[in-house]
Design a protein around this ligand. Structure first.
Ligand code: AMP
Ligand code: MG
Length: 427
């Protein structure tokens, strides 16, 4: 189903000074990146259904776009070489060229043709003079000096050239790509199938929504944030519910997930010293590394793969705390799932913004703070949402960006520039 994975041990051995008890974010990302491979399987979809999917094969343009040289302006078409370079030129209009209504004849010496944007450039002409700069007296048209031969002409194939690659394999299909494909007259596309991702929450304290809470219980919110992130990423999300901390149930859940998914995401049960069975079961069913990451929030995390018989799936054992789940998903799982989807563009741009207030930071770990980026007097400034505890999910709801404080970075003073990652872009 999916391509055989490199071994976890091999991936780990590529990281110098590998220390699972204080693993820098960059090293963890490298290990994960080494194991995430594109899933196999291609589907043919109508163009609109391919929105958000990943192109499976290079798309070669079957035609020139545009098909013909055409006008970029409303005006008159003429032969540039026939213009007086330093004085006005008078020509006779002999017809009209419209978009979808070409001028049939050939334009001779002393002649020009009225032309509209998108109309095919008539035979015998190569230049368009926009109507704003022209004086028309009936069919007698006066062109001022200073026109450049060849101006305001769109060349055949200047957008997409016949026989040349129009889109690379692995391209994420956004609205622009759908339109581009349609401009080639193509109605169907070969796309990769979506990665299947099974996920479940672990913890005896968890209640599904819609039921009353007992003493010491909390509603399971992680399956909602996870579902949302997976859907937005274009994965096929398989919700396996809440699994209680009981070995038989956890084992069944892992086997079921490995059997039907390309990746498995769990939350909870990976903390140090926790009386959970999750870690033991992961270790038993697969090849799994347990990491204490040099980051905040989201220190404990498991990564590797779990198997059911011949079938294996990548495993991400995320922490239980709701903010830690989102942070570890965005900064570790997301890139892996995009690689599995066949995309190569998982790097998001970090912007620089001024810190509105001081931020405490210890060197030696990466911190992902929840921020609000706003323009103040023409400058982008970022302030924190408030308390930054890993259980405070409202901080994620208020934020429009992460403030990313790098591994080696120390305290931030008000007014310092910090790295910022926007949470949303154009939809
Ligand atoms: P754990 O990693 O299992 O020790 O969980 C750490 C914290 O996250 C505990 O306070 C849990 O109650 C909380 N937590 C774990 N899973 C969930 C969940 N699915 N939804 C909301 N909170 C959770
Ligand atoms: Mg737990």
């Amino acid at each position: 189903m999916s391509t055989p994975l490199a071994s976890l041990a091999d991936a780990v051995s590529c990281v110098s000074d590998y220390d699972p008890d204080a693993l820098p974010v960059a090293d963890a990302r490298r290990v994960i990146g080494a194991l995430a491979r594109p899933v196999e399987g291609v589907e043919t979809l109508a163009v609109r259904d391919a929105l958000g999917r990943v192109l499976a094969e290079e798309l070669v343009s079957p035609i020139n776009v545009p098909q013909h040289d055409n006008s970029a302006m409303d005006g008159w078409a003429l032969l540039g070489a026939g213009l007086n370079p330093d004085a006005e030129t008078v020509l006779t209009e002999i017809g009209t060229a419209l978009a979808g209504g070409a001028f049939a004849g050939t334009v001779g010496k002393g002649e020009c043709v009225r032309i509209m944007t998108g109309a095919v450039i008539p035979r015998g002409t190569d230049t368009v003079v926009p109507q704003e700069s022209v004086q028309a007296q009936g069919k007698r048209i006066v062109f001022p000096a200073g026109q450049k031969p060849g101006q305001h002409r769109r060349l055949a194939g200047e957008d997409l050239a016949q026989g040349k690659p129009a889109l690379a394999a692995g391209t994420w299909l956004r609205p622009a790509e759908l339109g581009l494909v349609a401009s080639l007259g193509i109605a169907q596309l070969a796309v990769r199938r979506r990665p299947k991702v099974a996920f479940f929450s672990t913890g005896n304290e968890l209640r599904p929504v819609g039921q009353p809470l007992g003493n010491g219980e909390v509603y399971d919110s992680n399956r909602y944030t996870l579902w949302g992130m997976l859907e937005r990423l274009g994965c096929e999300a398989i919700d396996m519910g809440v699994v209680r901390d009981e070995p038989a149930l956890i084992e069944a859940a892992f086997r079921g997930a490995a059997a039907r998914a390309d990746a498995v995401i769990t939350t909870g049960g990976v903390s140090v010293g926790e009386a959970d069975y999750t870690k033991a079961m992961m270790a038993r069913l697969g090849e799994v590394a347990f990491w204490t990451l040099a980051m905040r929030p989201g220190r404990p995390m498991a990564f590797g793969r779990v198997s059911d018989g011949e079938k294996s799936a990548l495993l991400f054992g995320l922490p239980g705390n709701p903010v830690a789940v989102m942070v570890t998903f965005y900064f570790f799982v997301r890139g892996a799932l995009l690689a599995m989807a066949g995309r190569k563009d998982d790097e998001l741009p970090l912007l620089r913004a001024r810190a509105a207030s001081a931020m405490k930071k210890k060197p030696g770990r990466t911190e992902y703070l929840r921020g609000i980026l706003a323009n103040q007097g023409g400058e982008w400034r970022v302030r924190l949402t408030g308390p930054q505890g890993s259980g405070i999910l409202s901080s994620m709801a208020q934020a429009n960006c992460f403030v990313v404080l790098r591994h080696e970075q120390g305290n931030v003073a008000a007014g310092d520039l910090v790295d910022v990652l926007l949470m949303d872009g154009l939809v």
